[in-house]
Design a protein around this ligand. Structure first.
Ligand SMILES: [Fe+2]
Length: 194
């Protein structure tokens, strides 16, 4: 994928996320996921990968769920459904090449549910594994936890989660390798503070 195509996709995502009402899924989230993904391929020395395509996947991964007009709990449990409805249309919009289309669809379709359910893709393709790990690492960032707590009175689902979020998220940060396709990534300092 060319750098120009990637920039076009980022612009597309920025426009779509600007109208998202979900506080946990603004444009800053895919931006951080993409930065995590680039760090992952550097740390693991992965060279057989197209970094532009990987970044495009990271930017696009939550656009389907952001277009899904349901409450947060519904979005969480039916994320795969949102992906199957919206992602093909999104890919038609941005006109990606056929080979890339399959890679993007496959990675995004398989990325949900690593946290808390540990539905990993350890035998999956490299784009799927890196996207899922990059997203899981972002899920555990303190800024996401703060977002959840700040919005707990706005969304009933967040209100329920807020009671056990802190303890659970600390547990998951300490046991990060169990939630990753590449458990060896757990030895890096992803969270800035402990
Ligand atoms: Fe995400």
């Amino acid at each position: 994928m060319t750098g120009e195509e990637l920039e076009r996709i980022k612009e597309y995502v920025r426009n779509k996320m600007a109208v998202s009402t979900d506080p946990q899924h603004g444009y800053d989230h895919p931006y951080r996921v993409s930065a995590n993904a680039l760090k992952i391929i550097k740390y693991l020395n992965i060279s057989k990968i197209d970094p532009n395509l990987l970044e495009a996947i990271c930017y696009l991964h939550d656009v389907p769920v952001s277009l899904y007009k349901h409450n947060s709990a519904f979005k969480h449990f039916f994320e795969k459904h949102a992906i199957s409805i919206y992602l093909p249309m999104i890919l038609d919009d941005i006109k990606v090449k056929n080979g890339e289309r399959w890679i993007i669809l496959n990675a995004i379709k398989r990325h949900p549910f690593s946290i808390p359910y540990k539905r990993l893709n350890r035998n999956g393709d490299i784009y799927t594994k890196v996207l899922q790990d990059a997203d899981s690492i972002d899920f555990l960032q303190f800024v996401r936890e703060e977002g959840l707590m700040e919005n707990r009175y706005k969304y009933f689902f967040y209100f329920i989660l807020s009671f056990f979020a802190k303890r659970y998220l600390n547990y998951a940060r300490r046991n990060l390798g169990n939630y990753l396709n590449f458990p060896e990534l757990a030895r890096y300092n992803w969270f800035g503070r402990e």
